[in-house]
Design a protein around this ligand. Sequence first.
Ligand SMILES: [Zn+2]
Length: 225
Amino acid sequence: MTIAPAPVAASQPARWSNGPWPSEATVTASATTIAVPSWAAVLSRLAARAWDWLDGFPALDLVNTVKRIGWQEREQLKDVADLDSWLDAAALPVPRPAHVDVKDLHALRALRDPALRLLHARLGRGDWLHADVEAVNTHLLAAPELVLLGEHPGQTVRYPLGDASAMTRLLAGLAADVRDATQRSDLAFCDAPGCGLVFYRRRTNQSWCGASCGNRVRVARHQAT
Ligand SMILES: [Zn+2]
């Protein structure tokens, strides 16, 4: 096996017109090695752009798949392609399943909806319902895991107990992050038009998830007077 030299930047991928891209990350061309992204990397970057409002926290990335357009809440996980794309873009507590189907889509939404209601209830925006608690706990019980302290600051090591499927482990990991999110005092809701995201405050007096939401609210208030 030849070890290629470090990739260098290329102005144009080498084989765009010569059939499919190689599965390897590099293509050797005469004296230099040209970096060529794999299809998976390209699709992952496109997916990340499509979900660019996500926040990098598993529980929040889950519940924020219901997105406010204007003042209307809209479902962003409409089909399996949406789920596949979200799995590439979201912060996940465990590796994503390689393949997902419509059953997985329904299972994820069946966790997402109670999780969203619980986070809102934690913020005083609705009732803390027994059925929602039970839905989250059912996922925790389906794939229990041991979480040990890691060798580096802030690191933990997770050991799944049992042999649950990748999707069951993912749902359990998301349920665990939802449970932990309900315990956080910095949990907040951005009630700006076109936002409606659940987020973690970076300052105690932070009302909006970001400056653009604050600006939109101020403009809307000014126009209303
Ligand atoms: Zn916002």
